[in-house]
Design a protein around this ligand. Structure first.
Ligand code: SF4
Length: 439
């Protein structure tokens, strides 16, 4: 049987696309290879959100040249967001002759016929659709985990934040039909899945393109009422987060007590330049309202430091917002320009050393708050979904709470990945908790 090996870069949307690619390949008779050296087909599913991710991918493609020299029958394919980016197909065609196939995010479903085209003609195939087209349902999915799953509920983004390339490579918002999503989830439950994460670039605008009054709050309620043990979702744009959604989270304990709500910058002036469509005050009000309605919620966020034109005063607004909201965690990024976005053309770019210095101050502040939030859980009993043994130390296992906090514990009684267990929290670090497994 021919073997495949997929390397995935970027976000969970890409991870799930790779599961669909694996599903199509296994339906075609391929088997997963242990390592890319043993594969007949190597696929790179790429990300282009940050320039350095793209450079790393190009380096990876370059490294595959020697593998192809050792095994000229090996097929090398590139797909994902980078393939949709202007100029990339030409770059691959001219500079990476060992790449046999390029396809995009909009024509993923064509993979079997594209592989057939490459193998029967012996020619390179570069086929990337410019626009999104319809949603293709019913594609096979090969999931590695049996107890949790990703389910995409919508594709694309309509927001055009000025730093972001996603709307240019993933197209306009398109929602999957709710009955198709619910059927998929019922099938997952029947197969033993306990946790589903609903995915979309902005799940809060789910249903805006459907005609029959569906919105994300309604979908989440219906998913929660399937009886699934735990539901998560990402990502949420603050401008579209409704009171109805907060109500659904509050009234359904199986909706994870964790909300990832990127704020990106604390200065209303910078938020306007980012085209985020909310203000600092609006975000703080929303975060405090969520905390009031769902008191045990863990809030996490994304923050960009050093956006063009960011003054020290603007940065202090970011620090102030972090102090006020007290996030459980934050992904912090130094702004890096992406060619093709409006922010990359803004003149007042911030020097690298200023960005780095601000980032360090922000990380120090957030780490202190994250540690304090974790320390507050010491002595409490938490229910976790067991994930398995640590790769580095098999005697340490881990699992996640409803708040999406990772708890390490000694498996003093037998547990398996996917089990639900109780732990008493006995220690806290900045990013993880330590727990004692209860019998
Ligand atoms: S909401 Fe903004 S940051 Fe998120 S994917 Fe859309 S454009 Fe990018």
């Amino acid at each position: 049987m021919p073997k495949y090996y997929i390397t995935t870069f970027g976000c969970q949307m890409n991870v799930h696309d790779s599961e669909i690619i694996a599903g199509m390949l296994e339906t075609m008779g391929y088997q997963k290879a242990e390592a890319q050296e043993c594969a007949d087909l190597v696929i790179l599913n790429t990300c282009c959100v940050r320039e350095n991710a793209e450079n790393r991918t190009l380096g990876h493609i370059g490294n595959l040249k020697s593998l192809k020299e050792q095994n000229p029958d090996m097929l090398i394919a590139l797909c994902g967001c980078m393939a949709q980016e202007e100029g990339i197909v030409e770059k691959i065609r001219e500079n990476y002759p060992h790449v046999d196939l390029v396809f995009g995010t909009h024509n993923l479903h064509q993979l079997p016929e594209l592989i057939h085209k490459v193998t029967t003609t012996g020619s390179r195939v570069m086929e990337v659709w410019d626009s999104e087209g319809e949603i293709y349902e019913g594609l096979p999915v090969k999931r590695d985990e049996t107890y949790r799953a990703w389910v995409t509920i919508m594709y694309g983004c309509n927001n055009f934040c000025t730093y972001c390339i996603v709307p240019y490579v993933r197209g306009r918002e398109r929602s999957r039909r709710p009955e198709v999503i619910l059927d998929e989830i019922r099938g997952l439950i029947a197969n033993g899945v306990k946790e589903v994460t609903l995915l979309g670039q902005n799940v809060n605008s789910y249903g805006k393109d459907l005609e029959d009054g569906w919105n994300f709050a309604r979908l989440l309620r219906e998913v929660a009422e399937t009886g699934l043990y735990r539901i998560r979702f990402q990502t949420s744009h603050p401008k579209d987060l409704s009171d109805e959604l907060i109500e659904v989270i509050a009234s359904h304990p199986n909706v994870g007590r964790h909300l990832h709500l990127p704020f990106q910058a604390g200065s209303s002036r910078i938020l306007q330049r980012m085209n985020r469509q909310y203000t600092k005050e609006g975000y703080i009000d929303l975060a405090l309202k969520i905390k009031a309605k769902v008191p045990d919620i863990a809030l996490t966020t994304d923050i960009i430091v050093g956006f063009p034109g960011e003054t020290e005063e603007d940065f202090l607004d970011t620090m102030n917002l972090v102090e006020k909201v007290r996030f459980d965690g934050a992904f912090t990024f130094i702004y890096s320009p992406r060619v093709g976005t409006p922010a990359a053309k803004m003149e007042d770019q911030i020097p690298e050393e200023v960005k780095k210095e601000r980032l360090m101050r922000l990380i120090d502040l957030q780490n202190r708050i994250s540690l304090e939030r974790n320390q507050a859980l010491i002595g409490t009993i938490q229910e976790i979904l067991v994930e398995g043994a640590s790769e580095k130390n098999e005697s340490r296992w881990s699992g996640r709470t409803s708040h999406n906090k990772l708890v390490h514990f000694e498996p003093v009684i037998k547990v398996n990945p996917g089990d639900i267990a109780q732990v008493r929290i006995c220690g806290a670090k900045t990013f993880t908790l330590d727990g004692e497994l209860l019998g």
